[in-house]
Design a protein around this ligand. Structure first.
Ligand code: AHR
Length: 510
């Protein structure tokens, strides 16, 4: 394949927040994940020190919390102050201890260097959401800022990113809402939250599977939004009618499964559509310069959390043990790594409209980091986030492939190499991300630069394992970042080879 890079064309700042993440009160993400006062790795505040170090290496710029579905029944006031009682989490049907709440999350963000991004409960009340803004952002006016001060936090936390709701368009979720109720609720909530702090940046739950929801939400509260939230999990299937008021039919299959490598690669083809369609919608509605896309939950793998709604066709009685299936580290292979790289490449190619993306989740469940009694496992996806955050450029530039190679798999024509390019403006290095989807063969590409940039040498950092099914586990480190080329002489137009099932970042040095 031949690629031309034009350093002058399509320039757009890459938001580092596309390497963001997400933590939900689900299974062992919070308790036993980032927060575990009984662990031998616990710091003075009860946070896992080994997790904090791993997150700092990722330089995770933003973390969304507390859900996810959990937020539909979360009342933040239960999780602050000295008198905290457990509550029953009606979403996941477990007891929520409330020992980890807003102040603990803020401390975790401070320790890791991440910006907090709070998702509000859109089935509570507009007041509950705006009281939360008061607690976090007001200096001292009002009872909630005073409560924060009384709890020992003199300075406001200064939370900039907030969203109204989580997936409220899905009728069978606890927070599921009909459109008219949602519109009334979100308008009132946006107004009062912004009244408390006009500088906050608001997002709202959206899905391209329900165009009417998106169009009417933009009409109603587009003026108050800086973001629209999209979610994507690709290795499970939604089919059937999800409209409010209908019982999900037998074709709805919302349980996670484990697609094989080739199916994961075919799923790459589906990443493009929600971003392209949301871009078109924002443009058509005249919001493309004021609203960006926050892909604030994404992962190849949908989580194991069987549906527990009465009457749901996929309901399982033994839903609790099912969650432990997420802990099987052998499920997170080079398929996850290559898919994740392709997802990030799509965000990078759309850097002018995608401003945030949150890998879902950061720790445990199907996350990048797995915790156990004696340490952590960095899954394949961890190394991809590490690679991109620490090597890829911050200013997207144009990369054009005249004749991309394709391969046929299961009736789908897939491009073999998935590429994105950016300049790293701090040192003038041009970086190109290359994911090779081909599981059997190394593949090559030749690079050339327009507009006067003439690299002298290149280096390559690669995430890979011996096999497409390689994985990391306790005592097993098969996938890591390796420098596979070190300041090699660059010749324009000559082939550079990429290992099978690999994720690479080339650094072209002048
Ligand atoms: O599988 C992830 C969970 O389901 C999150 O709670 C929710 O937001 C999502 O769809």
């Amino acid at each position: 394949m031949k690629c031309r890079i034009n350093p002058r064309r399509s320039r757009a700042a890459v938001s580092p927040m596309i390497y963001g993440s997400f933590i939900e009160h689900h299974h062992r993400q919070v308790y036993g994940g980032i927060y575990d006062p009984k662990s031998k790795f616990a710091d003075e505040d009860g946070f896992r020190g080994d997790v904090i170090e791993a997150v700092k290496q990722l330089k995770t710029p933003v973390i969304r919390w507390p859900g996810g579905c959990f937020v539909d029944d979360y009342h933040w006031k239960n999780g602050v102050g000295p008198d905290r009682l457990p509550s029953f989490d009606k979403n996941w049907k477990v007891e929520e201890l409330n020992t980890f709440g807003t102040d603990e999350f803020m401390k975790f963000c401070r320790k890791t260097g991440a910006e907090p991004y709070l998702c509000t409960n859109a089935t509570a009340s507009p007041e509950e959401a705006s009281d939360w803004v008061e607690y976090c952002n007001l200096e001292s006016d009002g009872r909630y800022a005073k409560a924060r001060i009384a709890n020992g936090y003199e300075k406001p936390w200064g939370v900039k990113y907030w969203s109204i709701g989580n997936e409220n368009y899905f009728p069978y979720q606890v927070g599921g809402s009909d459109l008219d109720t949602w519109l009334r609720y979100s308008l009132q909530t946006a107004k009062v939250m912004k009244r408390v702090d006009p500088d906050i940046e608001l997002s709202a739950a959206m899905t391209m599977d329900n165009l009417e929801w998106c169009v009417r939400t933009l009409e109603q509260i587009g003026f108050a939004l800086s973001w629209v939230s999209l979610h994507g999990y690709w290795d499970f299937v939604y089919k059937g009618d999800l409209a409010f008021g209908t019982v999900p039919g037998p074709k709805v299959i919302p349980n996670a499964k484990n697609a094989d490598y080739e199916e994961c690669m075919r799923n790459v083809e589906k990443i493009r559509s929600p971003i392209a369609r949301m871009r078109a919608l924002l443009t058509a509605a005249g919001f493309d310069s004021s609203i960006k896309i926050a892909f604030d939950e994404w992962n190849l793998r949908g989580w194991y959390h069987p549906y527990i709604l009465e009457g749901h066709p996929n309901r399982k009685e033994d839903y609790l043990p099912e969650r432990s299936r997420n802990d099987d580290n052998s499920l997170y292979t080079m398929a996850d790594a290559v898919f994740s790289a392709c997802f990030l490449n799509e965000c990078l190619r759309n850097a002018d409209i995608v401003g945030m993306a949150n890998f879902s989740p950061l720790v445990n469940t199907r996350g990048a980091i797995f915790t156990h009694e004696n340490g952590i496992v960095k899954r394949s996806t961890y190394h991809v986030l590490d690679l991109y955050m620490n090597h890829f450029g911050n200013e997207r530039v144009d990369i054009w492939s005249g004749n991309p190679e394709t391969y046929e798999t299961g009736g789908t024509e897939c491009e073999v190499l998935d590429v994105a390019a950016a300049e790293r403006t701090a040192d003038g290095v041009y970086t190109v991300a290359v994911a090779n989807k081909d599981a059997e063969n190394s593949r090559s590409a030749a690079f050339d630069f327009d507009a006067g940039f003439a690299p002298k040498s290149f280096s390559i950092y690669t995430v890979n394992g011996e096999d497409k099914a390689s994985y990391n586990d306790v005592g097993r480190d098969e996938i890591c970042i390796v420098k596979t080329a070190d300041k090699q002489k660059f010749a324009a137009g000559s082939d550079i080879r990429f290992e099978p099932h690999s994720v690479n970042i080339i650094e072209f040095e002048a």
